[in-house]
Ligand binder design. Structure first.
Ligand SMILES: CC(C)(COP(=O)(O)OP(=O)(O)OC[C@H]1O[C@@H](n2cnc3c(N)ncnc32)[C@H](O)[C@@H]1OP(=O)(O)O)[C@@H](O)C(=O)NCCC(=O)NCCS
Length: 193
């Protein structure tokens, strides 16, 4: 456990800044988290009221920060400070050095490459500071955009866990993706010409 005031470090890319959530983010995040199009393929349900978003920040986010995890990060688009989505990674199985990546962004911002850009920064931090051997990501079958994000990040599709998730009264097939420490290190090296 980390001290209660510990927060993951702010990460910046050309277009995106990732920072820990603060309580004041609830109203802005709710605008996107209430959209059922966003939650079509997520484990969490669309927020019904801003109280749901408050709970996400006060309970889920703060607990993860106390565990020392870089998750969830607020995705903000430079130079605006308001959150438009969330991403991050956490230990799926620490004894096996396996972390898991998660992400979402508000519908008005889909298809602009923001999530791939944000996740690249998270991966950089995770591989440098947390030392996972394997980064995995699970995608509910049918979420092609999410699979594409992972491909752009260098993840490999490993196979499908059939009917592995009971969600909203339905069994879902789950596509498993992974990126190893070695692949990340190799792909980050500048090309020798
Ligand atoms: C999935 C999601 C995170 C992608 O974020 P994004 O910022 O739009 O992603 P990017 O722009 O970096 O990349 C999306 C890629 O998917 C492609 N894509 C979008 N819709 C697609 C579809 N229906 N079929 C195939 N590819 C699709 C885009 O063309 C793009 O690829 P390209 O850069 O080669 O053109 C975003 O749509 C989202 O938040 N969805 C709702 C929440 C969610 O599903 N989260 C993931 C749970 S595993």
């Amino acid at each position: 456990m980390k001290p209660h005031f510990w927060r993951p470090p702010v990460l910046s890319t050309e277009r995106v800044t990732l920072r820990p959530f603060v309580n004041e983010d609830a109203e802005a995040l709710f605008e996107y988290a209430k959209n059922p199009n966003v939650t079509r393929f997520t484990l969490w349900d669309a927020h019904q009221t801003v109280a749901d978003t408050n709970t996400f920040i006060r309970d889920y986010a703060v607990l993860r920060y106390m565990e020392g995890m870089p998750e969830p990060y607020a995705i903000t688009l430079n130079p605006a400070p308001q959150p438009v989505g969330a991403c991050g990674c956490f230990w799926a199985a620490e004894p096996h050095r396996t972390m898991e990546l998660g992400y979402w962004i508000g519908e008005p911002f889909w298809g602009k490459g923001y999530v791939a850009e944000a996740c690249r920064a998270v991966l950089g931090l995770a591989f440098a500071e947390f030392g996972p051997e394997r980064m995995q990501a699970r995608v509910i079958d049918g979420n092609a955009a999410s699979g594409r994000v992972l491909e752009k990040l260098g993840f490999r599709y490993e196979g499908t866990l059939r009917r592995a998730l009971l969600r909203r009264g339905r069994f879902e097939d789950v596509r498993m993706y992974s990126l190893t420490r070695e692949e990340w290190g190799r792909d980050q090296k500048p090309e020798i010409t």
